[in-house]
Write a protein that binds this ligand. Structure first.
Ligand SMILES: NC(=O)c1ccc[n+]([C@@H]2O[C@H](COP(=O)([O-])OP(=O)(O)OC[C@H]3O[C@@H](n4cnc5c(N)ncnc54)[C@H](O)[C@@H]3O)[C@@H](O)[C@H]2O)c1
Length: 319
């Protein structure tokens, strides 16, 4: 546990511009990513405002955070008192203007939908204090396009956390076309202050992480579709041969096949290059509702509570 004992303060030492102080962080969206982001900031001493349109989602998020912190306590990574203090730093809101009142930084982690994100950013821009930096955790939507829906393009940036947020070290920091240097520097320092490693990239479809990861997953699905090898062979080759912690088909199930499909479409349309076209097998599985872990079945069958890797019967049938 690396809770800050001092007040978190960022000074922008690499430019001459006024330093940007970040103490209050508002997270929009309390789903898988939003709850992890709130967890990490609260652990590091920041005041966190969690906002979601669904009170149920926030209740679930608070109980997930408490459960994950319990695990840290049992591993002696934090004390019970530190856990209570961290949970006490998170306030929940369903009203956007209330949640943004004192924000120095907003991190938007709502559902991946372009129209929804544009509306959310217009609303954040209208309610957040003028000095506030607006970050988005989008996996694939253009930061520049999102920023064009605000009157502060220089203060809009991508902060792409990885799942599960409390565990994964990387934050891909994405500069929009108009992002100010001071904004980037503040986010780099902040990312280090919460114990993560920032990697700065520019705003092109898929950024770096998904531009490289998704074509690999798609290639694995194409190989399966063409009968080059079966699911276990493909995943084993990538695990044992390339030292990947899990195979690309298992990873696709974890990410969600609908998410994989939508990111590949962003790459395909964004670059206008057929090499990014999603495999037909992937499109079929998404349309039929075989989405991976979230629906219980994708390339593998997922039983809640079981860690056993069982290939979906649809791929083992001989007829
Ligand atoms: N899940 C991942 O592995 C992953 C990894 C990196 C980035 N991301 C990105 O993070 C973002 C969130 O993904 P997630 O997996 O946490 O989604 P999720 O579906 O688990 O959660 C989204 C939350 O947003 C809330 N929401 C919807 N509309 C809202 C609004 N108008 N205002 C406030 N809240 C609203 C929903 O109620 C829900 O609780 C997406 O942009 C996604 O692309 C996801």
């Amino acid at each position: 546990m690396s809770t800050n004992t001092t007040e978190p303060t960022l000074s922008n030492s690499t430019t001459n511009q006024t330093s940007i102080q970040i103490k209050n962080v508002t997270v929009i969206g309390a789903g898988t990513m939003g709850n992890g982001i709130c967890h990490v900031f609260a652990n590091h001493g920041y005041q966190v405002s969690m906002m979601d349109v669904s009170q149920d989602a926030m209740n679930r998020a608070m109980s997930t955070i408490a459960k994950n912190m319990d695990r840290q306590v049992s591993k002696q990574l934090m004390t019970e008192a530190e856990k209570e203090a961290a949970l006490g730093r998170i306030a929940t809101y369903t009203d956007m203007s209330e949640a943004l009142k004192d924000a120095d930084l907003v991190i938007e982690a709502a559902t991946e939908n372009i129209d929804l994100k544009m509306k959310i950013f217009e609303s954040i821009d209208a309610h957040a204090p003028e000095k506030c930096i607006l970050a988005t955790n989008t996996s694939s939507i253009s930061i520049t396009r999102i920023s064009s829906h605000t009157k502060r393009m220089g203060k809009v940036i991508g902060m792409h956390f990885m799942n599960p947020v409390p565990v994964m070290k990387l934050v891909e920091v994405i500069n929009g076309y108009a992002t100010d240097k001071a904004t980037t520097n503040a986010i780099i320092e902040l990312t280090k202050a919460i114990g993560k490693v920032p990697c700065v990239v520019n705003d092109y479809p898929g950024f770096i992480s998904n531009r490289i990861l998704l074509p690999m997953i798609n290639e694995a699905i194409l190989s399966l579709q063409e009968g080059v090898a079966g699911i276990e062979e493909i995943d084993t080759i990538m695990k044992l041969g390339m030292a990947h912690p899990m195979g690309p088909l298992q990873l696709a199930d974890f990410i969600g096949l609908d998410t994989c499909y939508s990111i590949l479409n962003v790459l395909h349309i964004g670059y206008g290059n057929p090499k990014y076209a999603p495999a037909t097998l992937l499109a079929n599985m998404v349309q039929a509702g075989y989405l991976g872990v979230k629906s219980g079945e994708g390339f593998y069958k997922h039983t809640p509570g079981s860690k056993e890797l069982v290939v979906s019967e649809r791929f083992t049938k001989t007829h």
